[in-house]
Each structure stands twice: as structure tokens, then as C-alpha cells.
Design a protein around this ligand. Structure first.
Ligand code: SF4
Length: 172
């Protein structure tokens, strides 16, 4: 089983890349095209192998670069190429009200707030920077450990799980 980097740990070189989010948003577009084209082919040949390959590829590449926590519903490009699941509170919409005056995290004071970083990086992004303003739905924990790449191709990441829809409130 994969051991994820502990909250707040940054892999060598990854911070430099994340601080160049315009390159990363271009790379996101390219890799998305590659995954959308290759996964269905691989799945047709060997579905189990295709799934394992996607999960492992994601754990290694995004684990190193983004400290990916394998939530299975990637919204990185909407959050300044900064993984929201590395926020100690796992907020999908941030920041919380506890950001310190110096921009550091309430929970891990020695670290910059993930959401402060996300905001600053999003301001440099041309294609997806505006998505930082979007309100994200709650993360579906049932997808934890699955491949966000597969969930993107299969459109599972945008499905609303049964029972999540608000009941219609009828007037008296
Ligand atoms: S949003 Fe989810 S899939 Fe994307 S990097 Fe973060 S934990 Fe990984």
C-alpha cells in the first residue's frame, strides 16, 4: 500500500514546479488528452492492468508533484494547481477562517496556508485561474484510493452520489 507524504511535506523540486502554474496548466491539458485517448484502449486490452497502471501512475507522478492524497476527484486545475486535500482540514472550498495574519496555517503554523498558495498560483493561470472562484461540491469519500484519471474519463468524478440531492422543500 502506498504511503502518502505526510501533510505539509514537500517533495524536492515540486514546489518550484507548482510555482510555475502556467506551465502546469498547459501540461494538464496535454496529459488529459493523452489519458482520454489511451485509457479506453488499454481498458479494452486488459481492464485490470489498465486500472493498476492508472492508479500507480497517478500515485507516483501526482504524489511527488502535488502530494496527491488520491481522493479520486481531481480539481487541481481549479485550485491553482495546489491539491486541496493537503489542507489539514481537507477543505474543498477554502480558506477557512483560521488563516494567520502571516498567511500561515492555523493547524500547522510553520506552513503557508494551502489556500493562500492556491489563490496566488491561480492568479498566474490564464486558462483555469477563474475556476478558483467556483464553489466545489463536497468530496465523495467513496472514491478515495481510486484513479481520478479513470474517474475523469468515465465521468464518475462529476456524478452526484445517490442520496446527496437536497430534498425539495414543499411549501405549506
Ligand atoms: S485533488 Fe484529489 S486527485 Fe487531485 S491531487 Fe489532490 S488528492 Fe490527488
Amino acid at each position: 500500500m502506498t504511503t502518502y507524504l505526510k501533510e505539509g511535506r514537500r517533495a524536492p523540486g515540486s514546489e518550484w514546479l507548482k510555482n510555475h502554474p502556467r506551465f502546469l496548466e498547459w501540461f494538464y491539458d496535454v496529459s488529459k488528452q493523452v489519458i482520454v485517448k489511451t485509457y479506453p484502449l488499454l481498458k479494452r486490452i486488459n481492464p485490470k492492468f489498465a486500472e493498476k497502471l492508472m492508479i500507480r501512475g497517478e500515485e507516483i507522478s501526482k504524489g511527488w508533484l502535488f502530494n496527491c492524497q488520491m481522493c479520486g476527484q481531481c480539481i487541481l486545475h481549479s485550485t491553482g494547481m495546489t491539491c486541496p486535500m493537503t489542507c489539514p482540514k481537507n477543505l474543498r472550498n477554502g480558506p477557512c477562517g483560521g488563516v494567520r495574519a502571516n498567511g500561515h496555517c492555523e493547524v500547522i503554523p510553520e506552513l503557508l496556508c494551502v489556500w493562500v498558495q492556491a489563490w496566488e498560483r491561480s492568479q498566474q493561470m490564464q486558462a483555469y485561474g477563474h475556476e478558483m472562484q467556483w464553489i466545489q461540491p463536497p468530496v465523495n469519500r467513496a472514491l478515495q484510493g481510486t484513479s481520478a484519471w479513470i474517474n475523469l474519463v468515465e465521468k464518475i468524478d462529476t456524478e452526484t452520489p445517490p442520496g446527496w440531492k437536497l430534498a425539495e422543500i414543499k411549501g405549506n
